[in-house]
Design a protein around this ligand. Structure first.
Ligand SMILES: CCCCCCC[C@H](O)CC(=O)SCCNC(=O)CCNC(=O)[C@H](O)C(C)(C)COP(=O)([O-])OP(=O)([O-])OC[C@H]1O[C@@H](n2cnc3c(N)ncnc32)[C@H](O)[C@@H]1OP(=O)([O-])[O-]
Ligand SMILES: NC(=O)c1ccc[n+]([C@@H]2O[C@H](COP(=O)([O-])OP(=O)(O)OC[C@H]3O[C@@H](n4cnc5c(N)ncnc54)[C@H](O)[C@@H]3O)[C@@H](O)[C@H]2O)c1
Length: 313
């Protein structure tokens, strides 16, 4: 009963919070996803603070954003290099960096987390930020596989908490899965939906179910590709060619796994296996575990299933 009363109070205390127009955004985690989301949010005129654990990581993240903007500009401003450079500088002026998530959150309409796929770490950070962020501030996670309800559970703003699941590479991929838990308010959900549209993305609505829509279908596919190869039924190269030319995918499953990051894929499979240990789909995958143990995490470290000359960042 006490728990129920507490939940009701939370809903009442925030009933004054209407649709939040998101202008100031804090993004926690300046890795592949956080940097990509920061880029898109800054390009669409938002004021973005990108937070990570060290200035060196943040420097690399901003360099990555600049590199990605150069690729965009090469096409968009093909005949006007000066206008292209001006565009890049304008976008970069919208991005600031910080190693202090607390002070960044104090100035934010939205705090979006894109850190390592680990429930405890995500819970801890939101628990801390909940104490300092303004009442109207919406919290969201970019998790690939963890229940938003579990991540939100360490905060007192269950009605102002949702999922915003972007896809890699963020500047190119049009989809955002907008996830509502049973406690997410309609105002919060609408604000997140609207934010996704302002970023130029196409949002779809998802329930807080494992893997939402895309990963619930993509992860079993990827896992089966690796097992097929482990059984000796096809080389990595042939599996990738087959899925590109036979199924029209832009990348084969091994290329995609390297692109996403093998550590992230291992976190997802291990997490789902812990929740559903008898499901053979999520049993350990020897080849994947070995590569992760060796620090071969895919394109971001220069080697995964394949070797890469050029790193992502
Ligand atoms: C396995 C999954 C398991 C689950 C794991 C969870 C994952 C997660 O939760 C969900 C996901 O994200 S799932 C993953 C979902 N993701 C997928 O499924 C991705 C599937 N792959 C693809 O859609 C395409 O291969 C790409 C769009 C990545 C590249 O296109 P391409 O034609 O094959 O190769 P290209 O020639 O290199 O690039 C062409 C042009 O694209 C542009 N551009 C590219 N990157 C850019 C960037 N970062 N910035 C700016 N621009 C960028 C640029 O204009 C470039 O021209 P440039 O002249 O070279 O500068
Ligand atoms: N890689 C993908 O294709 C993809 C796609 C969609 C969603 N996601 C999800 O996005 C999240 C991030 O994935 P990624 O691929 O960008 O990972 P990444 O390893 O590239 O980046 C994670 C970043 O978070 C930083 N970080 C870790 N703990 C932190 C903390 N306490 N405070 C601040 N920064 C911290 C790390 O230093 C790193 O820079 C994960 O939850 C992942 O499941 C990944």
């Amino acid at each position: 009963m006490a728990f129920f009363t507490r939940q009701l109070c939370r809903h009442f205390s925030s009933s004054a919070v209407r649709n939040v127009v998101i202008k100031n955004v804090t993004i926690i985690g300046g890795g592949q996803m956080g940097a990509g989301i920061a880029q898109v949010a800054a390009t669409t005129g938002h004021s973005v603070t990108l937070v990570d654990t060290s200035d060196d990581i943040l420097k690399t993240a901003v360099k990555g954003i600049e590199g990605s903007l150069k690729r965009v500009v090469k096409k968009k401003f093909a005949d006007k290099p000066e206008a292209g450079e001006e565009f890049i500088q304008k976008v970069l002026r919208n991005v600031s960096t910080s190693t202090d998530s607390g002070s960044a959150a104090q100035r934010s309409d939205l705090v979006l987390e894109a850190i390592v796929e680990n429930l405890k770490i995500k819970q801890d950070i939101f628990h801390q930020l909940d104490k300092v962020a303004p009442e109207h501030t919406i919290f969201a996670s970019n998790t690939s596989s963890l229940p938003i309800t579990d991540i939100a559970s360490t905060t007192s703003r269950l009605d102002r908490f949702g999922g915003l699941h972007f896809f890699n590479p963020v500047p190119m991929m049009k989809l955002v899965e907008v996830v509502a838990t049973s406690a997410t308010s309609k105002e919060t959900f609408d604000s997140l939906l609207n934010f996704s549209k302002v970023l130029g993305k196409t949002p779809v609505s998802c329930k807080d179910s494992p893997g939402f829509i895309v990963n619930r279908l993509l992860v079993p596919y990827l896992v089966e590709a690796v097992r097929l190869h482990e059984r000796g039924h096809g080389s990595k190269e042939d599996v990738d060619i087959a899925m590109k030319l036979g199924a029209g995918h832009p990348m084969g499953p091994f290329e995609l796994a390297d692109y996403v990051g093998l550590d992230t894929i291992k976190f997802i499979i291990d997490g789902w296996s812990a929740k559903d240990p008898s499901n053979p789909l999520f049993a350990p995958i020897e080849m994947l575990n070995k590569l992760v143990a060796e620090g071969k995490l895919g394109k971001k470290t220069g080697e995964g299933f394949y070797k890469y000359k050029r790193l992502i960042k």
